[in-house]
Design a protein around this ligand. Structure first.
Ligand code: IPE
Ligand code: IPE
Ligand code: MG
Length: 255
């Protein structure tokens, strides 16, 4: 599905199940350290949580799931942790792609993957091509991703490709160059691990997303925790700048 109208402009259909969930999976290191285990053990356990969230999304009819796996700032971590994360990513890609495909899941990666090992780049491309026509769930991994990087690469592409671009170009002219232009903007953002920040994740796309923060560490985020996030989302009123009364009128007209 192409990107819908910007959520900041239209009264969009805001069903009780978010169409697109974006998650910052945080707290792997603390999960491991509290068990006197190396941080990488937390990342391994985190991969299990990914499986249960994919399953929960399919069961609940969520059609886009985007996970922040490695930020453009995470290169600042100790070299051995970065190397282990890359190995884990490659192993997960090689092991899981067939299963994703069998389950009708489209796999996508956003971020500057040119910095990755060629084996990882190849696995990403193979996985994306294999699953390109699947429609049940679009599962995106943000890897070496940064929200500012995304905006900058979009500006560069737009300028390079559109010599006749009028100076008064619109949001839509620009948004089509963002790396997630194939998806609607996220309805629900979840961050685990007790930090209250966006950490340079999807900056443009989160403009009107409902935010949910939990202290639960990512490896402990299971289907029950997922349900709590959905329940919290269902209690929100998405007004997009309007008044509650205006929304009631639109809803009753649709009704
Ligand atoms: C999130 O867990 C995973 C990545 C950033 C790759 P962390 O590794 O940030 O875990 P904490 O925040 O140190 O507990
Ligand atoms: C953010 O996690 C990025 C990912 C989950 C991949 P971090 O744990 O690195 O975030 P900060 O730097 O502490 O905000
Ligand atoms: Mg962290």
């Amino acid at each position: 599905m192409p990107q819908g109208p910007s959520l900041t402009r239209e009264i969009s259909e805001t069903g009780s199940i978010p169409q697109h969930i974006a998650i910052i999976m945080d707290g792997n290191g603390r999960w491991a350290q509290s068990r006197y285990m190396p941080r990488i053990a937390g990342h391994k356990q985190g991969a299990e949580a990914v499986r249960s969230v994919i399953k929960a999304c399919i069961e609940r009819g969520v059609t886009y799931l985007t996970l922040f796996a490695f930020s453009s700032e995470n290169w600042r971590r100790p070299a051995d942790e970065v190397t282990s994360l890359m190995q884990l990513f490659l192993a997960a890609l090689e092991q899981e792609i067939t299963k994703l495909h069998e389950n009708g899941i489209r796999f996508k990666v956003i971020g500057d993957i040119s910095k990755f090992d060629p084996k990882i780049i190849e696995s990403i491309h193979t996985g994306e091509q294999l699953t390109a026509n699947n429609t049940r769930l679009t599962f995106t991994i943000a890897a070496n991703y940064g929200g500012r990087w995304d905006i900058m690469q979009a500006v560069r592409k737009m300028v390079a490709q559109s010599k006749d671009l009028p100076l008064n170009f619109e949001e839509e002219n620009f948004a089509q160059y963002l790396s997630m232009s194939y998806a609607p903007e996220p309805d629900l953002f979840i961050r685990t691990g007790g930090e209250y920040r966006i950490s340079n994740f999807l900056l443009w796309q989160l403009a009107y997303t409902e935010l949910y923060f939990t202290n639960t560490l990512w490896p402990d985020f299971d289907e029950h925790e997922f349900e709590l996030a959905i329940q919290s989302y269902q209690q929100r009123e998405r007004r997009f700048g309007r008044t509650s009364e205006q929304l009631q009128i639109v809803l009753s007209a649709e009704g």
